[in-house]
Design a protein around this ligand. Structure first.
Ligand SMILES: [Zn+2]
Length: 135
């Protein structure tokens, strides 16, 4: 049994310099100022340059929209759960699962990244990224 990250290419346990308290998302930045997630080397979506640098993005953002999922085709994902689009402080918009706390989510809610225990397709315990309402 392992407790490694489910998707280590996308996030890490350690926070960014700007937000050490929450897991960082592994994005990238271009010399033109464009910040993106996830890291890629195909070229900047804004200017086309290919000399892109990895950047740890802060695990803080604002909820843009959310949807409650009541039925899901995946065997390993138990409904109901809530999916949200989150505008990260660093700019990119990510879509991921929110940690339900019993209070309906609203656009504009301040959210922070967190890691929760999940089981992968082989039943191994892993840590996966979620966003939760800021305490
Ligand atoms: Zn660029």
């Amino acid at each position: 049994m392992t407790t490694g990250l489910l998707k280590p290419a996308l996030y890490r346990e350690a926070g960014s310099d700007a937000d050490p308290a929450h897991p960082a998302l592994l994005g990238g930045a271009c010399g033109c100022g464009h910040v993106f997630f996830p890291m890629q080397n195909f070229g900047c979506e804004r200017c086309g340059r290919t000399d892109l640098s990895p950047r740890a993005l802060t695990g803080r953002g604002r909820l843009l929209a959310s949807a409650r999922v009541h039925l899901h085709a995946g065997k390993h994902r138990h409904a109901p759960f809530t999916v949200g689009s989150i505008a990260l402080e660093d700019g990119p918009i990510v879509r991921t699962i929110l940690v339900d706390d019993g209070v309906p989510f609203q656009a504009g809610d301040a959210l922070t990244a967190t890691l929760v225990d999940v089981h992968d397709a082989d039943g191994n315990l892993r840590r996966d990224l979620r966003f939760q309402r800021e305490a």
